[in-house]
Design a protein around this ligand. Structure first.
Ligand SMILES: Nc1ncnc2c1ncn2[C@@H]1O[C@H](COP(=O)(O)OP(=O)(O)O)[C@@H](O)[C@H]1O
Ligand SMILES: [Mg+2]
Length: 233
């Protein structure tokens, strides 16, 4: 497994024109994450996405450092992003090419330089996820479940050591949420999973409860989930 370290990381954001010039998005946080599957749970606006995004540099710390296998995300962003794949809640955020096969080929641009070989590799990836029949379709014609599966296939095609997934099942119906959840939990990769699906959180090795920009509970998922449920009443 990789080692994800937050060393006294704080995140503040400017609020131009707001009543206060800066808001604290994440209070000073120190973490050492080495477990295979780590859940981030907590209410809307608590800071889950911020924490998830710090791991691959989509959000930069205002103070402190984030390290992935000793690499400082702020200094070695490109190297870190080759190790850390990121899946968004809304797959449309990362599906940018006109067709399904072109989208996977785009993910493979660093791995396979020659164009024809890249298209062939992309088709093989699609086949391994049962998406080969959709290869030449526009991504806009896919269902939500197919789109999230495609987004995941594109990220996994680059064989990242760590997968960060920010509420990857929130927009999906029950069947598709289960399909994506089972896929995530069948992966050999390290997984950092922000989720409101507490059943998925319970399947992780460690859970962090985030509230108001701070980690307020950290440990065995059964205990952390119970803590979260107790705060809601
Ligand atoms: N760039 C930003 N500017 C201002 N506020 C932000 C910014 N990023 C996040 N926030 C605020 O910080 C809080 C935490 O956001 P987020 O990490 O997206 O929470 P979550 O994913 O748990 O819903 C929210 O109140 C959000 O509005
Ligand atoms: Mg979020």
């Amino acid at each position: 497994m990789s080692r994800i370290e937050l060393d006294r990381v704080g995140v503040r954001a400017a609020t131009p024109g707001g009543p206060v010039p800066e808001v604290t998005v994440l209070r000073e946080t120190t973490l050492d994450l080495t477990e295979q599957r780590i859940a981030l749970i907590g209410p809307n606006g608590s800071g889950k996405s911020t924490l998830a995004r710090l791991v691959n540099g989509l959000v930069e710390p205002t103070s402190g450092r984030v390290l992935v296998d000793g690499l400082d995300v702020a200094k070695k962003g490109r190297e870190v992003r080759r190790r850390v794949g990121f899946v968004f809640t809304d797959p449309s955020a990362q599906l940018v090419m006109p067709t399904v096969v072109e989208d996977v080929a785009l993910s493979l641009r660093h791995q396979v330089r020659a164009r024809e070989a890249r298209t062939a590799a992309a088709r093989a990836v699609l086949a391994s996820y049962g998406l080969d029949e959709l290869a030449d379709r526009s991504v806009h014609t896919l269902s939500g479940g197919q789109r999230q599966l495609l987004a995941l296939a594109g990220v996994l095609a680059t064989d990242p050591a760590v997968l960060v997934a920010d509420e990857p099942t929130t927009l999906l119906d029950l069947r598709n949420a289960r399909m994506i959840g089972d896929l995530l939990f069948g992966l050999p990769q390290q997984l950092v999973l922000a989720t409101h699906d507490l059943d998925l959180a319970l399947r992780c090795d460690r859970a962090l409860l985030i509230d108001d920009g701070a980690v307020v509970a950290d440990g065995a998922p059964a205990e952390v989930v119970a803590r979260y449920r107790a705060t809601v009443g």
